[in-house]
Design a binder for this molecule. Structure first.
Ligand SMILES: Nc1ncnc2c1ncn2[C@@H]1O[C@H](COP(=O)(O)OP(=O)(O)OP(=O)(O)O)[C@@H](O)[C@H]1O
Ligand SMILES: [Mg+2]
Length: 579
């Protein structure tokens, strides 16, 4: 027998709470059990969005009759031994709670056969009452059937949403599990119609295509990163691809889908200054971390985790994302053409497509390597100087530089380009702690209210770090005596005044860092050549050279594009040369 009942003491340490609140939760628990049983084929059959029937069949390690009987008892599990195991959980399940919880609110039948056994066994549980297992015909593996979920708890039944909503929750659950386990074949049917069929694939990118559909998957680039015991990899979108919500940001820790604030924040932080306000990227992030470094026993549905070294994880994830985006921005030749950017404003929120079986998808079938999904990362290296190697055709409308690129036509927003250049230069100085200042021949005096004065006194050191030197000048004024050397000559009072009011909101150092970057973006905006200025050829050349030298040259610090390319295909399409 593999299953045993946990001691009371162990059982009491397990995160308690509602395990099944809707059909999707049942589907999740059952598939997780199949994956833990090392299944390579998992099929899910649903009727009426799971409310009438959920049947999950796998070809995993199965259970003998005694285990079958124990499996539906509370705190019965094969996955935890002693107490220390709770702090290094390597399986998706660990509490021995799922089957009994499901069995207490439904009519459940489990049929299972050990691959080595002659025959299978069946057990039934209705509203928590179980029969003895009896011999039953079965292939090797396990089939769990749940009928009439919540038949004995009408209150919970009432809380179910529309059938379409419940079904979409189930699809989400299956898709996430499928993304993390590309070498497992998943088939799902609803009311006898196949709605998903993801053949086993070797490459995680193929699974991405199966699950997300080509439309989204084609824009995602693989990345891979590691530091000490942390491995981070997956797929991400680079600007200008973006979405109006975080629907396509999915994070996995040791192949478990989680909604973790730390990881989520780190992902978005990695994108800082690259996306316009209110826009989100698409990121499938797989974090691998030693089991002992993460506590999975914190949430009843196992959707959350706690990291032992939270800030280290945050930093690693943000670095991984940023590094990948930096690499990507270095060779925008590979960028998707932005002729019709899906990014700004009107992205329609379509449900995830669930492609049905196609010959193409079947190709990879039978592959059975259960290794952690592999990500290629970028291997191509390009000659330096994407921007400076283009042929400059000229400037139009006083604000766009027009170039011929190897692939077609490139348009550069000179204002956005200058902003990014300034921003990156300044950021480098700031990070190095040496913002170059230049003294003003004629100091500019700034009158302040009592409140502002107070604030400024507290934040004077900070303001100085940003390159501004202010000295008291009479009872209610300060004089600006030096400014960052990178700033062009202008009236600096508005920018200083704004800085003071914004500094008021900064209390801790994390906020401060973010804040400084935001200030930088504002200063960048102030610093640069406004639109409607004729550029000399030499100025354009200098601009392109500088773009080659900074990171993230394809986006301004507010996330607007610097570069838009029309590749030959786009032009051909626009001129209706191709069908
Ligand atoms: N599809 C399956 N194939 C083989 N064994 C299974 C299967 N499903 C469940 N089991 C066995 O039954 C036990 C109880 O399952 P259950 O889902 O209730 O608990 P668990 O997976 O151990 O923990 P959790 O409550 O966190 O899911 C498992 O530990 C496993 O040994
Ligand atoms: Mg389980």
């Amino acid at each position: 027998m593999k299953i045993h009942i946990l001691s009371d003491q162990m059982a009491s340490r397990i995160a308690a709470g509602e395990v099944v609140e809707r059909p999707a939760a049942v589907v999740k628990e059952l598939i997780e059990n199949s994956l833990d049983a090392a299944a390579t084929e998992i099929s899910i059959a649903l009727e009426k969005s799971g409310t009438a029937l959920i049947r999950v069949t796998d070809n995993g390690e199965g259970m003998g009759p005694d285990d079958l009987s124990l499996a539906v008892e509370r705190h019965a599990t094969s996955k935890l031994g002693d107490e220390t195991d709770l702090f290094r959980v390597a399986t998706l399940g660990f509490r021995g709670e799922a089957l009994p919880s499901i069995g207490s609110v439904s009519k459940m039948e489990i049929v299972s056969r050990l691959p080595t056994a002659q025959t299978g066994y069946r057990i039934r549980i209705e509203g928590g009452k179980k029969d003895a297992p009896i011999v039953a015909a079965s292939g090797p593996g396990t089939r769990v059937e749940i009928r009439e979920i919540f038949f004995n708890t009408p209150a919970r039944r009432k809380f179910l949403k529309s059938p379409a909503t419940e079904l979409s929750h189930i699809c989400d659950v299956v898709n996430r599990l499928a993304l993390a386990h590309p070498s497992v074949h998943f088939v799902m049917s609803h009311d006898d119609r196949i709605i998903a069929d993801y053949a086993a694939v070797r490459d995680g990118k193929d699974r991405l295509h199966q699950v997300l559909g080509r439309g989204i998957a084609k824009d995602l680039i693989p990345f891979a990163w590691s530091r000490r015991e942390l491995t981070i990899g997956g797929y991400l979108s680079s600007a200008p691809v973006s979405f109006p919500n975080a629907r396509y940001v999915m994070t996995f820790v040791n192949r478990r889908f989680v909604r973790d604030k730390v990881v989520m924040h780190a992902v978005l932080y990695g994108y800082e200054t690259l996306l316009m306000k209110g826009q989100y990227p698409a990121v499938m992030l797989f974090l691998q971390i030693p089991y002992a470094e993460v506590d999975v026993n914190v949430h009843p549905a196992k959707f959350e985790v706690r990291f032992r070294r939270q800030s280290e994880v945050h930093e690693a994830v943000a670095d991984a994302i940023r590094e990948a985006l930096k690499q990507e921005a270095k060779h925008p030749l590979l960028r998707i053409p932005a002729a019709a950017p899906p990014a700004f404003g009107g992205v329609m929120e379509a449900p995830l497509p669930y492609p049905i079986r196609s010959a193409l998808e079947r190709e990879g079938q039978g592959f059975n390597d259960d290794a952690f999904p592999k990500f290629a990362g970028h291997s191509q290296t390009f000659g330096a100087g994407f921007f400076s190697s283009m042929d400059i055709l000229g400037q139009i409308l006083g604000c766009y530089v027009v170039c011929a690129s190897p692939r077609g036509l490139a348009l550069i927003d000179q204002h956005a380009a200058h902003e990014r250049i300034f921003f990156e230069k300044f950021r480098r100085q700031l990070v190095a702690g040496e913002v170059q200042k230049q003294s003003l021949l004629i100091p500019q005096t700034i009158e302040l209210t009592a409140g502002e004065l107070l604030l400024l006194e507290q934040k004077l050191a900070l303001v100085e770090r940003l390159g501004f030197v202010l000295e008291p000048f009479g009872p209610n004024a300060y004089a600006i005596t030096a400014v960052p050397a990178l700033l062009p000559e202008e009236d600096y009072r508005p920018i200083v005044r704004r800085m003071i009011s914004e500094l008021a909101e900064v209390e801790n150092s994390e906020k401060l860092r973010q804040h400084l970057e935001k200030r930088l973006a504002t200063m960048a905006c102030h610093s640069v050549i406004r639109a409607n200025r004729k550029l000399e050829m030499s100025e354009i050349q200098a601009l392109l050279c500088e773009l080659d030298q900074v990171d993230f040259a394809t986006q301004c610090p507010h996330g607007r594009p610097v570069l838009i390319q029309f590749h030959r295909d786009d032009l051909d399409r626009m001129f209706k040369r191709v069908v």
